[in-house]
Design a protein around this ligand. Structure first.
Ligand code: NAP
Length: 336
């Protein structure tokens, strides 16, 4: 069976998802697209060589009779409105992060989904689908290093756009660590603190970069995540788990090892799209396959809500310098 999908937002990741849904994955086709910039949506349809109808807005697309599932890849502040509309129409929806730009907005989605009575939402947290993180989780779940005590992690980008602000280090960047580390540890956060080292010379005037986010979990694991978005040298994701009797590290992406000109070297990727290209394929294939089986199992609206609550605490910690407590509600049985 082929799932007919409508995509709202044909920018960078929207177009990438249209490509994979149309040409890479099994069991899906894109039958509808929309973007606030209609000419861009038409251009993407043409360039991807698909026969999708271009709708005037997201609501018309969600209401279209042939659209069976919705993918939301528009600008973050529009996500809540479209996800709520998809739930109201009883249509499954894959929403890129953030699920909503406030924790309250995420909670409205959680409430609407529970009132509907069945899971309809998957959030675009792709790291749990990355092969390296899955191997790391298998090591932890298999008790190969004992109980985790600490995690040292880093999220480094070569550069960022002028529009990137200090709080976006949390909402756009750290948000992936917030999601994947809680999943890795099967744990949740109880406090956050943010400290700022000496500023990097390449960081824009208005930006405090790098920063170190210190998280504590309910089981007592201490986590430090370095967020450094002007590191120049590459897009570099690091994660080292220190356990009771061993250490487990996230594998590096596979690259050719070069012996040349008196050096032994490996290439470092520059772009997040290349680093997680397989994870994006796997997460959307899981969305399609789960719908065919009748039950979504990927990152849920509850995970989107927990990430938003944690991100709020981190932003408050950025501003105050204090250790900010995080009070997370119990996961309802509805979310497994
Ligand atoms: P982008 O290139 O700016 O694309 C967003 C698109 O949505 C733009 O074409 C924008 O048009 C359009 N848009 C804005 N308001 C709209 C509306 N009301 N209805 C329909 N379309 C609308 O941004 P992006 O990088 O693709 O990011 C999109 C979302 O994906 C963001 O929430 C981002 O955080 C998320 N994302 C996730 C990952 C990940 O790793 N999971 C990676 C990248 C992005 P205009 O440009 O004309 O405003």
């Amino acid at each position: 069976m082929t799932l007919n999908i409508g995509v709202i937002g044909t920018g960078a990741i929207g177009r990438d998802h249209i490509r994979r849904l149309s040409h890479t994955l099994r069991g899906s086709r894109v039958v509808a697209v929309t973007d606030i910039n209609a000419a861009q949506a038409s251009r993407v349809v043409q360039e991807e060589g698909i026969s999708a109808e271009v709708y005037a807005d997201g609501h018309a697309l969600i209401g279209a009779a042939d659209v069976q599932a919705v993918v939301v890849t528009s600008w973050g502040p529009t996500h809540e409105e479209y996800v709520l509309a998809a739930i109201a129409a009883g249509k499954p929806v894959f929403c890129e992060k953030p699920l909503a730009v406030t924790a309250e907005g995420c909670k409205r989605i959680v409430d609407a989904e529970q009132a509907y009575g069945r899971r309809l939402v998957q959030v675009g947290f792709m790291r749990p689908y990355d092969a390296g993180y899955r191997q790391l989780k298998a090591v932890l779940d298999g008790d190969r290093i004992g109980a985790p005590l600490m995690i040292h992690a880093a999220h480094r980008n070569p550069t960022v756009a002028d529009s990137y602000s200090t709080d976006m280090a949390i909402t756009d960047t750290l948000i992936h660590e917030i999601n994947v580390l809680a999943w890795l540890l099967d744990d949740q956060y109880v406090s956050a603190q943010v400290v700022f080292p000496r500023k990097a010379p390449k960081a824009l005037e208005h930006l405090r970069d790098p920063q170190i986010v210190l998280l504590e979990t309910a089981k007592g694991v201490r986590i430090d995540v370095e967020v450094f978005v002007n590191c120049q040298y590459g897009y570099d994701i690091q994660c080292e788990v220190v356990g009771e009797r061993g250490i487990a590290r996230l594998p590096e992406p596979t690259t050719v090892q070069l012996r040349s000109e008196a050096r032994l070297s490996n290439e470092i990727l520059m772009d997040w799209k290349d680093r997680f290209i397989d994870a994006y394929d796997v997460e959307l294939q899981a969305f399609i396959d789960d719908l065919a089986r009748g039950q979504l199992t990927g990152p849920s609206s509850w995970d989107g809500y927990l990430a938003a609550v944690t991100a709020d605490a981190c932003i408050s910690a950025q501003n105050s310098g204090a250790i900010v407590p995080i009070s997370l509600p119990e996961r309802p049985a509805f979310y497994g």
